[in-house]
Write a protein that binds this ligand. Structure first.
Ligand code: DQA
Length: 141
Protein backbone atom coordinates (compact mmCIF):
# COMPACT_ATOMS: atom_id res chain seq x y z
CA UNK A 1 0.00 0.00 0.00
CA UNK A 2 1.26 3.47 -0.93
CA UNK A 3 0.07 6.72 0.64
CA UNK A 4 0.78 10.29 -0.47
CA UNK A 5 1.30 12.94 2.22
CA UNK A 6 0.61 16.25 0.50
CA UNK A 7 1.47 19.57 2.14
CA UNK A 8 0.24 22.90 0.79
CA UNK A 9 1.57 26.46 0.87
CA UNK A 10 3.86 27.83 3.59
CA UNK A 11 4.24 24.47 5.30
CA UNK A 12 7.85 24.37 4.06
CA UNK A 13 8.49 27.06 6.72
CA UNK A 14 7.38 24.91 9.65
CA UNK A 15 9.76 25.16 12.58
CA UNK A 16 10.14 28.92 12.19
CA UNK A 17 6.62 29.83 11.01
CA UNK A 18 4.44 31.02 13.94
CA UNK A 19 5.76 28.29 16.29
CA UNK A 20 3.16 29.26 18.91
CA UNK A 21 0.48 28.11 16.42
CA UNK A 22 2.24 25.37 14.43
CA UNK A 23 4.85 24.05 16.90
CA UNK A 24 8.59 23.68 16.53
CA UNK A 25 8.80 20.61 14.30
CA UNK A 26 10.09 21.19 10.78
CA UNK A 27 8.43 19.68 7.72
CA UNK A 28 11.32 17.20 7.47
CA UNK A 29 10.73 16.15 11.12
CA UNK A 30 7.05 15.49 10.35
CA UNK A 31 7.81 13.62 7.12
CA UNK A 32 10.41 11.43 8.88
CA UNK A 33 7.89 10.48 11.56
CA UNK A 34 5.25 9.64 8.96
CA UNK A 35 7.64 7.55 6.88
CA UNK A 36 8.62 5.63 10.05
CA UNK A 37 4.97 5.17 11.02
CA UNK A 38 4.22 3.97 7.49
CA UNK A 39 6.96 1.32 7.81
CA UNK A 40 5.46 0.17 11.11
CA UNK A 41 2.03 -0.12 9.47
CA UNK A 42 3.36 -1.78 6.32
CA UNK A 43 2.69 1.21 4.04
CA UNK A 44 5.01 3.11 1.75
CA UNK A 45 4.73 6.83 2.42
CA UNK A 46 5.72 9.51 -0.13
CA UNK A 47 5.80 13.16 0.96
CA UNK A 48 5.42 16.24 -1.22
CA UNK A 49 5.06 19.96 -0.48
CA UNK A 50 4.21 22.78 -2.87
CA UNK A 51 3.36 26.44 -2.56
CA UNK A 52 1.58 26.31 -5.92
CA UNK A 53 -2.07 25.42 -6.44
CA UNK A 54 -1.47 23.88 -9.89
CA UNK A 55 1.35 21.68 -8.59
CA UNK A 56 -0.93 20.40 -5.81
CA UNK A 57 -3.63 19.63 -8.39
CA UNK A 58 -1.08 17.77 -10.54
CA UNK A 59 0.07 15.78 -7.49
CA UNK A 60 -3.54 14.76 -6.72
CA UNK A 61 -4.14 13.70 -10.34
CA UNK A 62 -0.89 11.74 -10.36
CA UNK A 63 -1.68 10.06 -7.01
CA UNK A 64 -4.71 8.35 -8.52
CA UNK A 65 -2.35 6.27 -10.67
CA UNK A 66 -0.26 4.89 -7.79
CA UNK A 67 -1.59 5.77 -4.30
CA UNK A 68 -4.27 4.10 -2.19
CA UNK A 69 -5.04 7.37 -0.45
CA UNK A 70 -3.87 10.89 0.33
CA UNK A 71 -3.32 12.77 3.59
CA UNK A 72 -3.73 16.39 2.53
CA UNK A 73 -3.01 19.62 4.37
CA UNK A 74 -4.12 22.26 1.84
CA UNK A 75 -2.89 25.15 4.08
CA UNK A 76 -4.49 28.47 3.21
CA UNK A 77 -5.98 27.01 0.01
CA UNK A 78 -8.38 25.10 2.27
CA UNK A 79 -10.42 28.23 2.62
CA UNK A 80 -10.30 29.49 -0.97
CA UNK A 81 -9.67 26.86 -3.64
CA UNK A 82 -12.53 25.53 -5.75
CA UNK A 83 -9.92 24.04 -8.09
CA UNK A 84 -8.38 21.90 -5.33
CA UNK A 85 -11.81 20.81 -4.18
CA UNK A 86 -12.62 19.74 -7.75
CA UNK A 87 -9.33 17.82 -7.95
CA UNK A 88 -10.06 15.92 -4.71
CA UNK A 89 -13.56 15.23 -5.98
CA UNK A 90 -12.29 14.05 -9.37
CA UNK A 91 -9.95 11.33 -8.11
CA UNK A 92 -11.30 7.97 -7.01
CA UNK A 93 -9.08 7.47 -3.97
CA UNK A 94 -9.83 8.55 -0.38
CA UNK A 95 -8.39 11.89 0.76
CA UNK A 96 -8.27 12.93 4.41
CA UNK A 97 -7.94 16.66 5.13
CA UNK A 98 -5.61 17.49 8.01
CA UNK A 99 -4.53 20.62 9.86
CA UNK A 100 -1.85 21.09 12.48
CA UNK A 101 -3.78 23.83 14.26
CA UNK A 102 -7.40 23.74 15.43
CA UNK A 103 -8.86 25.86 12.65
CA UNK A 104 -12.13 26.27 14.59
CA UNK A 105 -10.31 27.99 17.48
CA UNK A 106 -8.84 30.57 15.09
CA UNK A 107 -10.08 33.39 12.82
CA UNK A 108 -13.55 32.91 11.36
CA UNK A 109 -12.32 32.68 7.75
CA UNK A 110 -10.51 29.47 8.76
CA UNK A 111 -13.79 27.86 9.85
CA UNK A 112 -14.81 27.40 6.23
CA UNK A 113 -13.22 24.64 4.18
CA UNK A 114 -14.06 24.20 0.50
CA UNK A 115 -12.29 20.84 0.66
CA UNK A 116 -13.92 19.00 3.60
CA UNK A 117 -17.17 17.99 1.89
CA UNK A 118 -15.34 15.97 -0.75
CA UNK A 119 -12.94 14.31 1.70
CA UNK A 120 -13.33 11.00 3.50
CA UNK A 121 -12.76 12.84 6.79
CA UNK A 122 -10.96 15.69 8.48
CA UNK A 123 -8.61 15.94 11.47
CA UNK A 124 -7.61 19.32 12.89
CA UNK A 125 -5.68 20.61 15.87
CA UNK A 126 -3.46 17.71 16.90
CA UNK A 127 -0.16 18.92 15.43
CA UNK A 128 1.77 16.26 13.48
CA UNK A 129 -0.55 13.65 15.02
CA UNK A 130 -3.35 14.94 12.77
CA UNK A 131 -1.32 13.45 9.90
CA UNK A 132 -0.45 10.28 11.85
CA UNK A 133 -4.10 9.53 12.66
CA UNK A 134 -5.12 10.13 9.05
CA UNK A 135 -2.37 7.79 7.85
CA UNK A 136 -3.56 5.09 10.27
CA UNK A 137 -7.14 5.51 9.03
CA UNK A 138 -6.12 5.15 5.37
CA UNK A 139 -4.04 2.04 6.08
CA UNK A 140 -7.07 0.58 7.93
CA UNK A 141 -9.35 1.18 4.88
C1 DQA B 1 -3.24 25.00 8.39
C2 DQA B 1 -4.39 25.94 8.77
C3 DQA B 1 -4.66 26.95 7.67
O1 DQA B 1 -5.71 27.82 8.03
C4 DQA B 1 -3.42 27.77 7.39
O2 DQA B 1 -3.65 28.67 6.31
C5 DQA B 1 -2.21 26.95 7.15
C6 DQA B 1 -1.99 25.78 8.00
C7 DQA B 1 -2.86 24.05 9.54
O3 DQA B 1 -2.19 23.05 9.28
O4 DQA B 1 -3.19 24.32 10.71
O5 DQA B 1 -1.37 27.26 6.31
O6 DQA B 1 -3.66 24.21 7.29
Amino acid sequence: MKILILHGPNLNLLGTREPDVYGSMTLDDINEKLIALGKELGAEVACLQSNHEGALIDALHDARTWASGVVFNPGGYTHTSVALRDAVSAIQIPVIEVHLSNVYAREEFRHTSLISAVCKGKISGLGWKSYALALRALVDE
